[in-house]
Ligand binder design. Sequence first.
Ligand code: NCD
Length: 308
Amino acid sequence: MSLKGKNVISIEDFSREEINEILSVSEKMISHIKSGTSICKGKILATLFFEPSTRTRMSFESAMLRLDGNVVGFADAKATSVKKGEILTDTIRMAAAYSDIITVRHPSEGAARVSANASNVPVINAGDGGHQHPTQTLLDLFTITKEMGKIDGLKIGLFGDLKYGRTVHSLAHALSLFDNVKIYCISPEQLRMPKYVLKSLAEKNILVTEENKIEKIIPELDVVYATRIQKERFGSEKEYLDVKSSTIIDKKVMSLAKKEMILMHPLPRVDEISYEIDSDPRAAYFKQAAYGVPTRMALIALVLGLIK
Ligand code: NCD
């Protein structure tokens, strides 16, 4: 099994064996974070972000710098020739000429696949519209493994905007590769998990339950994965306002949860998790964001074929 040269477009392109390999290399990368390593010396990562990002872009860049590689790219396409009307595939062709590996975030579903087709270096999807966010899923799986010791057999609640949230689409697919995982989709009616995701989970015999109220189900859960309402993907302001102030996870809600449960969130949070929860030992979201660095170090090194 080798991930060398692989495009990372959808989490569905990975087997459980490949995911396990990335997670075990991520664990090894933790020891290289402070001391650094020269695994990627002389290599260049291009970060092309056509949509806002804090954690994903910075952790990709930090990961490449920790590996002794270099980074080129942009955080705002308005400062590039896109502003002059350049099409995505031309931008990608150029980035491929200037780098060894490309990570791209774009508001359109399918943009990562289109980018990979235009590139002669590997492309990593850093989020394509409301579709997928596979590298977030890798760090989410790494976080669950680190905090809970396993993924098999867990009861996992996906909470919030399951319709437009790309992180939960990728995560749900990945969880279906593990044994006896039960998924609880907790959202208002308007923001339910898309049918195509539910169908694919059903095909893999994954037990999925849909819930409206987190209070009802949280006592049973091992992991709650909260998400932000994806305001920018709504058709209208009214559609957003109708669902905006649904449940907030606060001390009262957390008092119903198990002592060993973990609360995750890809961040940024807006008002889904009350700030008073940050000091609760079950709040795992900042650790989760930090795990983005070793996970992305592992992925970059494996895709570049620089480690076995
Ligand atoms: C998420 C994203 O961009 O999809 N954030 C992230 O990458 N950490 C979630 C979000 O924007 O709500």
